[in-house]
Design a protein around this ligand. Structure first.
Ligand code: NAP
Length: 243
């Protein structure tokens, strides 16, 4: 079993993935800022290796990821955050915060780790199904995840000649501390263990795009393929239905 590295391993989807891999005896590097959570994960065994750093700081990423022995073969870049814009009132500071962790943080992790990348390695980048359609209040989160999706798919093209695979993960709603903050209905939400299982299965079967839960993500993918004018009409209805 090849070693694996997971960013955002201190909470939600990343934490469940880390626990599942650790319980199957795999060497797991667990990354995050929360020292207490990293300590808890370390108690699962010496094959769980904590790395405490802030992804928004490139030099911290480089320092933390410079010497990894054994070198991970699977890199799950999962850390992220979500904030919403209210009533279309632009908040540039909020946009910057969300892009800084979701997009720049991802790039920092890749830059910090890329000297390790070799043939047979697998990058697994966690986006969101929200990237597939312009949804209400998602000016920051949805746009950042659209950037993540594009970055991930482009990187997949550029790293393919080196024998490095890149998969993009498109989750629907998963019950985690991130979604616990939401005050709107979250259709077809799944538990974190189902999400971790879907990601593990997607990694094992070498899927380029990992979608879950199946039904909800299919609906969003179909809606996202409609003309923008139709999507606009449907998204406006979502706001009206809420009022
Ligand atoms: N939950 C959902 O419904 C859902 C749906 C679609 C996509 N996603 C995506 O799935 C991923 C995981 O989401 P989740 O729901 O599991 O969220 P979560 O429970 O809030 O966990 C977020 C993780 O990201 C880490 N993180 C945040 N900022 C960081 C920073 N500056 N430096 C280092 N680590 C940082 C956190 O660790 P520390 O606090 O320890 O730093 C934490 O481990 C995210 O990319 C999210 O956008 C989630």
């Amino acid at each position: 079993m090849n070693p694996i590295l997971i960013t955002g391993a201190t909470s939600g989807i990343g934490q469940q993935l880390a626990i599942d891999y650790a319980q199957s005896g795999q060497t797991v590097y667990v990354c995050g800022r929360n020292a207490e959570k990293l300590q808890e994960l370390s108690s699962l065994g010496s094959h769980v290796k904590p790395l405490q750093f802030d992804l928004t700081d490139l030099s911290s990423c480089k320092k933390a990821l410079h010497d990894l022995d054994p070198v991970p073969h699977t890199w799950v870049l999962n850390a992220g955050d979500c904030e919403y814009i209210d009533d279309g009132a632009m908040d540039a500071a909020l946009i910057k915060r969300v892009f800084t962790i979701n997009v720049v943080g991802l790039a920092n992790a890749i830059e910090g780790a890329q000297h390790h990348f070799a043939t047979g390695h697998h990058l697994v980048i966690v986006g969101s199904i929200a990237s597939e359609m312009a949804l209400p209040r998602a000016e920051a989160y949805g746009a950042s995840k659209a950037a993540v999706s594009y970055l991930s798919r482009t990187l997949g093209v550029d790293l393919a000649p080196k024998g490095i695979k890149v998969s993009t993960v498109f989750p629907g709603f998963v019950k985690t501390p991130l979604t616990d903050k939401n005050d709107f209905p979250m259709p077809m939400m799944i538990e974190v263990d189902e999400a971790a299982k879907a990601i593990r299965e997607g990694i094992e079967s070498g899927k380029t795009n990992i979608y879950f839960p199946k039904r909800f993500t299919w609906i969003l993918r179909i809606l996202g393929s409609l003309p923008y004018s139709v999507q606009h009409h449907l998204a406006k209805k979502l706001i009206k239905d809420k009022q």
